[in-house]
Design a protein around this ligand. Sequence first.
Ligand SMILES: Nc1ncnc2c1ncn2[C@@H]1O[C@H](COP(=O)(O)OP(=O)(O)OP(=O)(O)O)[C@@H](O)[C@H]1O
Length: 240
Amino acid sequence: MDAGLRVQDLSYRYGAKVALDAVSLAVEPGRFCALLGPNGAGKSTLFALLTGLLAAPAGAVHVAGHDIRTHPTRALARMGVVFQAPTLDLDLTVAQNLRYFAALQGLSGRAASGRIERALDRLGMAERANETARALNGGHRRRAEIARALLHDPAVLLLDEPTVGLDASARAAITAHVHQLARDDGLTVLWATHLVDEVEPTDELVILHQGRVLRQATAGAVARGAPLTQVFLDLTRAAA
Ligand SMILES: Nc1ncnc2c1ncn2[C@@H]1O[C@H](COP(=O)(O)OP(=O)(O)OP(=O)(O)O)[C@@H](O)[C@H]1O
């Protein structure tokens, strides 16, 4: 079974506004793919299509081999999602937040406890399980959300600008954790961002601008020895 993520010729428009124009990309298991685009590039629209919140009139999405259009339940069962807007209940503890989500997935009792423990451990959050979400800093809240997205053991993890609003050290820690999840656990990761410093040279890189894919290769191959920030600015300016 193909555990990766495949997007083929995906297009979407809001009225007359074209938000995505024939976008294709593929991410293999164990790979971290940065979807890099300036504001308005179409990243959130792409995420909405990948998660079934919007339906694409054209194109196809396969999650771990399952077509989101014909087998949405199977496709979504293999996907973990961290949306841009925070969604923890601040009055609950970290563990309670995760237990609530586990219950929605049909997991309870010892099975849920084991998964919660493992997921928190993967994000370096085990010792914070009994703190309320409100007591956590922004970085730890984000890590709790990522742990929650891993509870049902997805093959594909989508994160939509997960470091928005975090300070530099929290950003670096979260970016490193998610790279490690791809590398060590074989997760397929799609990480949307407009911040070039979150991309490592060996990452897959998809540069999205005004709904179109401008480049797709490893970050090192896209940069070709130049600073990636400059390459990104030059590409998006030239296509403006
Ligand atoms: N509901 C909507 N109605 C009309 N246009 C929309 C709507 N949502 C998004 N757009 C437009 O579609 C394009 C893509 O927007 P989208 O939010 O997907 O980009 P983004 O890359 O996620 O941007 P950001 O980084 O600012 O979140 C933009 O030009 C945006 O103005």
